[in-house]
Design a protein around this ligand. Structure first.
Ligand code: GDP
Length: 390
């Protein structure tokens, strides 16, 4: 895509239960600087360069290795250092869809009216519902805000804006545990299962998350358990190459996904990696079929390791449809966190509130673009600030 990639692939064949899996090691070199990209609020370097002086240094700052020679043993993957994951949402705030600040503009405009009558409050509620927040939270927010404005006895724009901000924060939830559980268990890696409908950005999330974890000092192995789509494993492998993570995949399409997941975790244990991320198939064929497939993957992994996170990937632009998908997944597997992708698109921010309420599970990560580093830990304050312009 944006860079010339030189790949050294060493393939180790591993015979696993129910089929043959391949452990694919990759190494890459990025010989040129990243493209410049226009973002809201000015020009900045392409994803991956944010906030770093020399973003595309090979790990440790050493010179790129000579890839023309055939090495006897594969050296450690060399990957440009990603920026730290903490505080990314603040840095990527310009990426949040303009619809977020448009919502804030509408709400603040309504609150600035001379008379805050019944009709105006109805309009405020309507604006929140139109932003995918859901009827109940929108009503709650309006009721609380109405009381607060009355009690404060103020119509000062700044004060009203800060009351709105506080109420939005209540709905988004400041006290939810949004941490990702990716710590090793003794000699066992942490395991993250990534589930969701195809097209939501599931495979990209696996790759971006791997990169973020690597940037935070973890070693990561990817498991291509989406064996249904022929291209899925290739796609994950490409991500592995981009981010410097090894990939365990089957050598044939249609292999048993649980067997690939099992092999991935076993390889993770053998190789002493910190985190194994397993990509799964996203067919919503039948609820029973999905339950069987994800249930089996989880059971099989649990024989050797603990599934620490089940991350459900949802496309934030799909609104109600996305919520329906979320419901089905939550019924078949214990989702521990939501990844809302494409919040840089036409998504409406209220979906954050709606989906958390629907599933009782926090949004832990948000996708804000197609670049390697466009996945950010969700931070309620930064998100609400993008709405009300804080
Ligand atoms: P999967 O089928 O669920 O594995 O989805 P993919 O990872 O293949 O992503 C589907 C498409 O969505 C790809 O074109 C991605 O580049 C794109 N995509 C994924 N996440 C984001 C995001 O946060 N923002 C934008 N704009 N595009 C995204």
């Amino acid at each position: 895509m944006e860079q010339l990639i030189i790949i050294l692939a060493v393939v180790v064949v591993v015979v696993g239960g129910g089929g043959t899996t391949l452990l694919v090691r990759t190494r890459r070199r990025v010989p040129r600087a990243p493209d410049r990209t226009e973002v809201q609020g000015g020009t900045t370097a392409a994803p991956g360069a944010a906030g770093t002086a020399a973003p595309y240094l090979a790990e440790g700052g050493s010179a790129p290795p000579d890839l023309t020679a055939t090495p006897a043993a594969p050296p450690a993957p060399a990957v440009e250092k990603p920026p730290p994951s903490a505080g990314r949402l603040v840095r990527l705030r310009g990426r949040l869809a303009r619809s977020q600040s448009a919502l804030g503009g509408v709400l603040l405009g309504l609150l600035a009216r001379d008379r805050l009558d019944e009709e105006t409050w109805d309009e405020i509620e309507e604006a929140l519902i139109t932003a995918d927040m859901g009827v109940t939270p929108a009503r709650q927010l309006v009721e609380e805000l109405r009381t607060e404005v009355k009690v404060a006895g103020t119509r000062d724009a700044e004060e009203v804006s800060s009351l709105l901000r506080a109420q939005l924060l209540v709905q988004v939830g400041v006290d939810l545990d949004r941490s990702l559980h990716t710590e090793r268990h003794g000699d066992r890696p942490a395991v993250v299962l990534v589930v969701g409908v195809n097209g939501t950005g599931k495979t990209s999330v696996c790759g971006k998350l791997a990169r973020a974890l690597i940037g935070d000092g973890h070693s990561v192995l990817l498991g291509a358990a989406d064996t249904f789509r022929a291209a899925a494993a290739d796609q994950l492998q490409t991500w592995g190459e981009r981010v410097g993570a090894e990939v365990v995949r089957s050598d044939r399409g249609g292999a048993d996904p649980a067997s690939v997941a099992f092999d991935a975790v076993n390889q993770g244990i053998e190789r002493g990696v910190d985190v194994v991320i397993v990509d799964t198939a996203g067919r919503l064929h039948t609820k029973a079929g999905l339950m069987d497939e994800l249930g089996k993957i989880k059971r099989v992994i649990s024989r050797h390791a603990t599934v620490d996170e089940v991350l459900l990937v949802l496309d934030a632009t799909t609104g109600q449809n996305g919520l329906r998908q979320a419901r089905v997944f939550a019924e078949v597997v214990d989702v521990t966190g939501i990844v809302l992708t494409k919040l840089d698109g036409t998504a409406k921010g209220g979906i954050v509130v709606a989906v958390q309420r629907e599933l009782g599970v926090p949004v832990k990560l948000v996708g804000l673009g197609e670049g390697l580093d466009d996945l950010a830990p969700f931070e309620p304050e930064a998100f609400v600030d993008a709405i009300v312009g804080g």
